[in-house]
Design a protein around this ligand. Structure first.
Ligand code: 3IX
Length: 203
């Protein structure tokens, strides 16, 4: 069974609030202490927002059930999740029946070397994208091995194409590859071994 690549939007403004939080994260990293803003006041205001959210949030077990509803894409993961402010977020489209891709431009919160994407962030994006390609191709599982090769530095502030394709399914073993490209050049490639295993979703 394949999955819908889009997790959809919710009407309550959640996506807009999370997008605003993403802006805040980006703006904080950009400002550092080179700002005239009153950072103590900003901390108070951000803490007030967090207090509002904390006081109105459901028990975590209820939220876990909500996060995992359905059988396909979720909205909370740290790569494509519209409800997760640390996700860029990637938005996948199908290339063919085993291949997906997304475009993203990453900013300062994802920095490793100067003006370049952190290698761990690239590995995260690829791990997840390989996993979603498996869901799209119809045989998915958990990552057992991920081999990542860094060919050249991956730039911040430039459009990146992240692609993944399922290569083979042999019993429970699923092999999947992917890459991150900038300007048509491969910056990072990955090979993953996934094992068909589906931890039960909280219900
Ligand atoms: C987030 C959950 C996703 C699940 C997918 C669900 C639905 C898909 C829908 C939508 C897709 C959307 C999003 C998904 C996107 C991303 C996925 C998230 C990726 C992750 O973030 S996931 C977390 C990190 N991941 C782990 O936390 C795994 C922990 N680990 C284990 O859970 C076990 O360790 C396991 C299951 C790996 C194996 O355990 P096991 O007992 O089930 O199987 P067993 O050991 O018998 O191995 C069977 C055969 O695989 C070979 N084999 C096993 N491991 C190997 C290895 N490392 N290297 C080489 N070969 C290996 C054996 O050698 C044997 O081979 P043989 O049959 O030939 O002897």
């Amino acid at each position: 069974m394949t999955i819908d690549l889009h997790s959809g939007t919710r009407p309550a403004g959640v996506d807009a609030a999370v997008a605003a939080a993403r802006r805040v994260i980006d703006a904080l990293v950009r400002a550092g202490d080179m700002t005239d803003a009153d950072m103590s006041d900003i901390a108070d205001r951000l803490n007030a927002v967090a207090d509002d959210l904390d006081s109105s949030s459901p028990p975590v077990d209820d939220r876990l059930v909500d996060m995992w509803r359905g059988d396909g894409m979720t909205r909370h993961d740290p790569v494509a999740g519209r409800e997760n402010p640390i996700a860029p977020p990637l938005d996948y489209t199908a290339v063919d029946s085993r291949t997906i891709e997304a475009e993203a431009t990453l900013g300062l919160p994802y920095q490793g070397p100067p003006s370049c994407v952190h290698g761990g962030v690239s590995a995260l994006l690829l791990d997840h994208t390989l996993g979603v390609a498996n869901g799209w191709a119809g045989a998915s599982g958990v990552t057992a091995e991920l081999t990542v090769r860094y060919h050249r530095l991956t730039p911040l502030f430039e459009p990146l194409t992240i692609t993944a394709r399922q290569i083979s399914v042999d019993g429970r073993k699923i092999r999947t590859t992917g890459e991150i490209k900038a300007g048509g050049e491969t910056c990072v490639s990955a090979e993953g071994l996934f094992i068909a295993k589906h931890p039960p979703r909280p219900r």
